[in-house]
Design a protein around this ligand. Structure first.
Ligand code: UD1
Length: 427
């Protein structure tokens, strides 16, 4: 296991050469987007928590740094169990250096207000997805009685005791739904969130909070009711598997061909993805605790469009686009969730991909092979997409800023090598 400082600071590159067919088994790790919120939820009650199936990714290390800055202890217990010990005192602050590195830091806002009654969280700025405001988080918490002010780039919130209320989200925001769940669980009375996000990670967070003694109903649907309780307790919990990892390994299989067994998968979280890949020509069948997949030849052109769950996840799109680059015709990809999430397209174009950007749509003319080139990972999934594309690119693709990939994938290069992909890391 690499040291924390090494994971956080190392600037490395990945070198990928044409690969395939892939074969073997991949064990899917715990979901990044779930574990970060579960860690934030540990702010809610004193005691010793154990989170299992926690991936060794740098975003988890960032969240550990944030918890530790607040006075909450964390340590790896064995391979994938993370222990979190929350004592009586918590410093209710998320400093800019940490929020700027990882936007999910704003997940501590709701838990801090609910359990400490105050929070100072640096205002997140824009990022590679375009502008990412947290107005819906703040409006919901305000409706519950919190008061906010912004000074010197820091949002200061106070809330003597939050009060349950009816909240209608303008859009089913994942982050806003999560902050409201974590706030409502200790509020006075009933909070109802309408138009809530339905992602599996929301249901995982609600399961965790209920295990702590919370009273949440309807998580995973559009209407969630939370009956506030006076006290919660620390618990143990196993993180759900990462569905974006599944999309990544399956897209890699689509490009390189071959046969893979993915273990530790929740097939019920993947309906639409499996449907789409099946229509592209991939054979996928569920198995006990996993799935088997086989791919041969170029994918058929199939259109994809992202939407809030149960729609196709925006986090899948970069790797699916990498696969669409090799289609036997023209296909479309539409990004409906984030504006400005197309920065990686220029990198794919450097490799010879034929993609036209039209507003929030991509028109992709499939080619037989790409051509290896020096490219840059602009974010986690964009980085993974470049690796996927490079498997079908002649020559060598050198991906710089690979630390972005490490934010969300544990040992990506080693796990790709284990199934036969030629992916090397150079520091
Ligand atoms: C989370 C995920 C991210 C995923 C996204 C959508 C984590 C750490 N990140 O991000 O990987 O791509 O869900 O599935 O879990 N919005 C507002 N105001 C708000 C909140 C959101 O305008 O207050 C907008 C965003 O700019 C975006 C859309 O709503 O256009 C969706 O954002 P949201 O669902 O909140 O995504 P995140 O929670 O930031």
């Amino acid at each position: 296991m690499r040291a924390v400082a090494d994971i956080l600071e190392h600037v490395s590159r990945l070198i990928v050469r044409p690969s395939g067919p892939l074969s073997g088994e991949v064990v899917i790790r715990g979901a990044k987007n779930s574990v970060l919120k579960l860690m934030a939820a540990c702010v809610l009650a004193t005691g010793r928590y154990v989170l299992r199936n926690v991936p060794h990714i740098s975003d988890v290390e960032h969240m550990r740094l944030l918890l530790e800055a607040m006075g909450i202890q964390t340590r790896w217990r064995d391979d994938d169990a993370l222990e979190v010990v929350r004592g009586d005192e918590v410093t209710p602050e998320a400093p800019y250096e940490l929020v700027e590195r990882m936007r999910a830091s704003s997940a501590v806002l709701g838990p801090l207000l609910a359990s400490v009654g105050e929070a100072r969280v640096a205002m997140p700025g824009g990022d590679d997805f375009g502008s990412r405001p947290i107005d819906m988080h703040l409006q919901g918490l305000e409706a519950m009685g919190a008061r906010f002010s912004l000074a010197h780039g820091v949002i200061e919130g106070v809330a003597p005791r939050l009060k349950g209320t009816e909240i209608v989200l303008e859009y089913p925001s994942v982050g806003a739904t999560e902050n409201l769940l974590m706030a409502g669980v200790l509020a006075e009375g009933r909070t109802t969130v309408h138009n809530a996000a339905r992602e599996p990670e929301i249901a995982d967070l609600a399961a965790f909070l209920n295990r702590m003694g919370g009273r949440i109903l309807g998580a995973g649907s559009s209407v969630i009711t939370i009956d506030g309780v006076d006290e919660l307790r620390a618990v143990e919990h196993r993180v759900i598997p990462d569905r974006v990892e599944v999309a990544t390994f399956l897209s890699a299989l689509g490009v390189a061909g071959g046969e893979l067994d993915l273990r530790g998968v929740r097939v019920d979280h993947l309906d639409l993805l499996i449907e789409k890949l099946g229509r592209m020509g991939m054979r996928i069948s569920p198995e006990a605790e996993g799935l088997w997949a086989m791919s041969k030849g170029r994918p058929r052109p199939v259109d994809v469009a992202t939407l809030p769950y149960p729609g196709l996840a925006t986090d899948y799109l970069p790797v699916l686009v990498a696969l669409q680059c090799f289609s036997t015709g023209t296909s479309y990809a539409t990004e409906n969730v984030f504006s400005g999430r197309f920065r990686y397209i220029g990198e794919l174009a450097r490799m010879g991909a034929r993609i036209r950007v039209e507003d929030h749509h991509l028109v992709i003319d499939g080619v037989e092979r790409l051509s290896g080139a020096p490219v840059r990972a602009v974010d986690i999934r964009a980085g993974a997409a470049l690796v996927v594309a490079a498997l079908g690119a002649d020559g060598e693709t050198v991906i710089s800023d690979a630390h972005h990939i490490d934010r969300g994938y544990e040992d990506f290069d080693a796990r790709m090598r284990a199934i036969g992909a030629d992916v090397q890391r150079v520091d």
